[in-house]
Design a protein around this ligand. Structure first.
Ligand code: KG4
Ligand code: ZN
Length: 334
């Protein structure tokens, strides 16, 4: 069985093929048009998806050594994400499915981040998953394939937003997360003790206070010295911010592992590419004896391999969608 996976929920146009033999191809076109605006501009994202989706699909097929006629089903992200961006991928997928006479499978983008772990690893159910992306920060108990119990969500910013927004305050280029990661590796994590919110409150997360605290810290430095202060201490500030974010994530995950007594922990989403988080979660695995699954960075950030693999398992369990009634959805709160 060959599944074509299509992802267009935000600013990556991505297509991949997953088959009985595993992942055959994984092509990602990252949109650079947003850089000068310091964030994703939805309308520009939709247009860029339209321009590249066919070329990316052709390349994914070519790299897989397949033709359209060899595809057995089309899996496509139908939410959550930017509505216009989702529509481009979904309409394209529907057109392909209709013309090929093949079934369509709608894939939830957040779920797909979790199942990205099945590309190279075999987590055993039940497991705890920490989903950390630009839009979500969640702890989930996964009892079986797509059988999820939400343990806790963020009340405000997602952890990816916490990285991106604090990076912006420091004057780092967008997207701030990877840049902050790079600089934090060279910095002193104890330089400033930034707040770790809601530590005593279950599995809820809050990162907006951190953003304010970083802003106040910078504004407390007199204007004439601020630029020099930032330049001199940038790596230490990045390390201190990363420490605050990753400590909260690690402490809450430790609690969830203990409470649910699972043997596997699964990291998911763009922020799981972060080296400090990877290091802390690996150490948590050693401390607790829990097997820790972390996708390689290319499967952490947005990609279509995760859509194709989730679609593959949905197809295996007969979970197809109706071509006409499959609709996009912008947000998902639970
Ligand atoms: O999962 P993802 O690619 O897209 C969403 O579904 O949101 O996550 C994107 C987020 C961005 O906030 C980005 O800054 C963050 O993941 N990110 C990182 C790193 N790589 C990506 N944050 C910290 N360290 C990284 N290495
Ligand atoms: Zn994502």
């Amino acid at each position: 069985m060959n599944i074509l996976g299509i992802e267009s929920s935000c600013d990556e146009t991505a297509v991949a093929v997953y088959s009985d033999a595993g992942l055959l191809s994984n092509v990602i076109a990252s949109q650079t048009v947003h850089r000068r605006y310091g964030g994703v501009v939805p309308e520009l994202a939709s247009r860029a998806h339209q321009q590249s989706i066919w070329g990316v699909t052709e390349q994914a097929l070519e790299e897989a050594g397949l033709q359209l006629k060899d595809i057995d089903a089309i899996a496509v992200t139908n939410g959550p994400g930017l509505m216009g961006a989702l529509l481009v991928g979904l309409c394209f997928a529907k057109g392909l499915a209709l013309s090929l006479g093949k079934p369509i499978i709608g894939v939830n983008h957040i779920d797909a981040h979790i199942y990205a772990n099945f590309i190279e690893s075999k987590p055993e159910y039940p497991f705890v998953s920490l989903i950390v992306s630009g839009g979500h920060t969640r702890l989930v108990l996964v009892r079986g394939f797509l059988d999820h119990v939400l343990l806790g969500d963020t009340r405000d910013d997602a952890s990816g937003e916490a990285f991106d927004k604090t990076a912006k305050i420091l004057g780092l280029p967008y997207p701030g997360g990877p840049e902050m990661d790079r600089r934090a590796r060279e910095g002193d994590r104890k330089f400033v003790k930034f707040p770790q919110a809601l530590l005593s409150e279950g599995y809820e997360f809050s990162f907006s206070g951190l953003k304010t605290s970083v802003l106040y810290h910078i504004e407390a430095i007199d204007e004439p010295e601020r630029a020099a202060y930032l330049e001199k201490n940038m790596n230490d500030l990045c390390a201190s911010i990363s420490e605050a974010i990753t400590e909260v994530l690690t402490k809450k995950t430790r609690r969830a592992l203990k409470e649910h007594g699972v043997k596997d922990l699964v990291l998911a989403g763009g922020v799981s590419a972060n080296s400090m988080l990877r290091e802390k979660m690996t150490a948590l695995g050693t401390e607790t004896g829990v097997r820790v699954h972390i996708p390689k960075p290319v499967y952490c950030t947005d990609n279509a391999a995760m859509i194709a693999v989730t679609g593959y398992y949905k197809a295996k369990s007969g979970q197809f969608d109706e071509l006409v009634s499959l609709e996009p959805f912008a947000s998902q709160t639970a």
